[in-house]
Design a protein around this ligand. Structure first.
Ligand code: ATP
Length: 294
């Protein structure tokens, strides 16, 4: 992804995180004709899906590049509660996996399902209510710290917001701001470090409490204290939900139930860290070059 599209994507994800999202807004943000349509008679979803996810023989090209598949012959079954880490070189298709699950696009071939229901039969905003997203570059709004977190679940009361901040390891630094949780953030507000912004995004996801978590890990190095807080917060966040993480950190791949190694829109290997390392090949090379904390 180029810098521009990364920005657009974080915007979209922030939007998506606010439950309904709204295709019109996403279209506006992406400045692109929407590829997805809501079904006329969508399947009713339970209040909380279990979170089993499947990609079956998916082939997908972005509208602007109709001959170059970003995913090609991509099949992946993720069990309820499983944590899958996607790794691979730049352009391998990792972010595309998340975007298709968010139904920002539909594949040209193959099918995605959640709890056995084809995604195309679900209303996109109902689907997005069941997905929490922690983007690489979270959007911090010009609003109080409290309301920035509440964005994850607009009906949440102050106690729930503060509890989410605690679980996200954000309570300490927010309490220490001049006006605590009432401190204004964003434009002309208190400046947060990258690691603090990520913890705000984690707090939003804690508050949203969705069965499926999509996480695009930061590529940039963080100071050791921030790094450790984020790892602790993520460890709590992934408990009890299906998690798909575009992984850039050694700690994350070590903790994953399964690592999926991607190249050219396909899966080239999968397994646990030690086994993949021992097998050599692309994973061993990526581990050597890519993980920012290892
Ligand atoms: P990175 O680690 O660099 O983010 P990635 O593995 O997430 O890479 P994707 O972003 O999924 O890879 O990209 C897969 C392919 O699709 C790449 O060739 C990329 O250039 C292309 N691509 C991604 N987004 C778009 C877009 N909005 N329009 C056109 N092509 C895109």
């Amino acid at each position: 992804l180029g810098a521009g599209s990364v920005g657009a994507l974080s915007e979209v994800w922030a939007e998506v995180q606010r439950t309904a999202g709204g295709l019109a807004r996403i279209r506006q943000l992406l400045d692109e004709v929407p590829a997805v349509v809501a079904p006329p008679q969508p399947q009713a979803l339970p209040a909380r899906l279990r979170g089993a996810v499947s990609f079956r023989d998916v082939r997908f090209c972005y509208p602007s590049r109709p001959d170059q598949p970003a995913l090609d012959g991509f099949s992946l079954d993720i069990a309820e509660g499983e944590t899958v880490a996607l790794v691979g070189p730049s352009g391998a298709g990792k972010s595309t996996v998340l975007q298709l699950l968010l139904r920002l696009y539909d594949p040209q071939q193959g099918e995605l399902r959640i709890d056995g229901l084809p995604l195309v039969e679900i209303d996109p905003s109902a689907l997005r209510q069941q997905l929490a997203v922690v983007p690489q570059h979270p959007v911090i709004f010009a609003a109080s710290a409290r309301d920035n977190i509440r964005y994850g679940a607009l009906e949440a009361d102050d106690a729930a917001v503060e509890q989410a901040a605690r679980l996200a390891e954000a309570h300490g630094f927010l309490s220490a701001l001049p006006e605590g949780f009432d401190t204004w953030l964003g434009e002309r507000g208190a400046r947060l470090s990258g690691g603090q912004q990520q913890r705000i995004a984690i707090a939003r996801a804690v508050l949203k409490d969705a069965p499926v978590l999509l996480l695009d890990e930061a590529t940039s190095a963080l100071d050791a204290a921030s790094e450790q807080s984020i790892q602790q917060a993520l460890e709590r966040l992934v408990q009890g939900r299906t998690t798909i993480v575009v992984a850039h950190r050694l700690a994350t791949v070590r903790r994953a139930d399964r690592i999926v190694v991607m190249e050219h829109g396909r899966i080239v290997a999968q397994g646990r860290h030690e086994a993949l390392l021992a097998a050599g090949g692309l994973y061993a090379e990526l581990a050597r070059l890519q993980f920012v904390d290892g």
